[in-house]
Design a protein around this ligand. Structure first.
Ligand code: NAD
Length: 327
């Protein structure tokens, strides 16, 4: 199979590349390396079935050809992370909406009907205060001008773009609402909590918990996430559908900090920081983010293999060996 991955030098994209190369597929990655990195794709760069184009999906001249070549497309490229969104909302709107439309248009013009996965996010549920979220639940977003929600709005627009193209042109598209994903290659500098806590714990620095740490999240290991995405892409019943992807085990951020300190045998204390100090005035956090996974299970039989503790132990060990390498 020929697999095109936009944003394939990023966190989730690089794991998709690894999985498909291991399956014997041809993999083509396009990425502008804005948050992704060459280090993420270094292990495959000499591989005869791997190609990489360093390009921006908004302008890439190779897009039409690559899309016509592909049997499957994972559209993962996006401006991601709360910090980035607050720093540059214009880039978020352009990349996340114009980029997606450009890809959908190229697929439609290609006259070939590849399997397509469009990455959306649990953020689209907005500040709906439910404890867990099913695909049929309403999204609750502010009616005007709160830029913290720009990311969610662009991803919701992507969903509607995808469904419009699927309906009008019969494209084989599944939209995935990804919940918090963690694992190797994720970096902490764009606001992601687990890599930041792990780094702080192994360096015996205070773990910086925002707010009181009572907000809860459900973390899915990326090595499970890519299994779900692969199965959904190849599942005709999923085409034209939106599907939650994640893990439904929930933990508060304070408990997560305690667990990481414990697993790392760290001497780090917890340090509580207000959202205002962490992100500025505009930030609003959400209290819960737990997926209802009935649809994903019914479509694919998906069951995550990685427990949170297992993933944390793996990340702690990897961070320690990196520290030893640079010491
Ligand atoms: N990681 C999560 O927990 C999570 C949760 C919900 C949704 N998602 C979605 O999954 C996708 C992948 O996220 P990720 O966590 O791997 O983030 P990431 O930042 O590691 O990956 C995004 C990749 O897209 C690339 N990119 C950005 N703009 C580009 C452009 N204009 N042209 C080409 N490449 C561009 C970046 O360099 C990066 O490699 C995103 O669409 C994101 O919205 C991720």
């Amino acid at each position: 199979m020929h697999v095109l991955i936009t944003g394939g030098a990023g966190f989730i994209g690089s794991h998709l590349a690894e999985r498909h190369l291991a399956n014997g597929d041809q993999v083509y990655v396009v990425d502008n390396l804005s948050t992704g990195s060459l280090a993420n794709i270094d292990p495959f760069r000499g591989h005869p079935s791997f190609r990489f184009a360093e390009a921006d999906i908004l302008h890439w001249s190779g897009l039409d050809k690559a899309v016509a070549w592909a049997d499957r497309i994972y559209h993962m490229a996006a401006v991601v992370g709360v910090k980035k969104v607050l720093q540059d909302p214009v880039a978020v709107m352009a990349t996340n909406m114009t980029g997606t439309e450009r890809i959908l248009r190229a697929i439609q013009h290609g006259g070939w009907n590849p399997q397509v996965v469009i990455a959306s996010t649990s953020e689209v549920y907005g500040f709906n205060e439910k404890e867990s979220f099913a695909e049929t639940d309403n999204v609750v977003l502010p009616s005007a001008g709160r830029l913290r929600w720009a990311y969610a709005v662009t991803k919701l627009a992507d969903e509607f773009l995808a469904f419009s193209y699927a309906r009008k042109y019969g494209l084989n598209i599944v939209v995935v609402r990804l919940f918090n994903t963690i694992g190797p290659n994720q970096v902490g500098h764009y606001g992601m909590v687990v890599p930041r806590f792990v780094r702080q714990a192994i360096n015996n620095e205070p773990l910086t918990v925002y707010g009181e740490g009572r907000q809860t999240r459900s973390f899915c290991d990326v090595r499970d996430t890519v299994v779900a995405l692969d199965r959904l892409a190849g599942c005709p019943e999923a085409w034209g559908e939106v599907v939650n992807v994640g893990n439904d085990q929930e933990i508060s951020i304070r408990e997560l900090a305690d667990l990481i300190v414990q697993r790392a045998h760290s001497a780090s204390p917890l340090q509580f920081i207000s959202y205002k100090d962490a992100y500025g005035e505009e930030f609003e956090d959400v209290t819960h983010r737990r997926p209802v996974l009935n649809k994903l299970r019914a479509l694919t039989g998906f069951a995550p293999e990685w427990t949170l503790t297992h993933t944390l132990d793996d990340l702690i060990e990897r961070a320690r060996s990196r520290n030893l390498l640079v010491a």
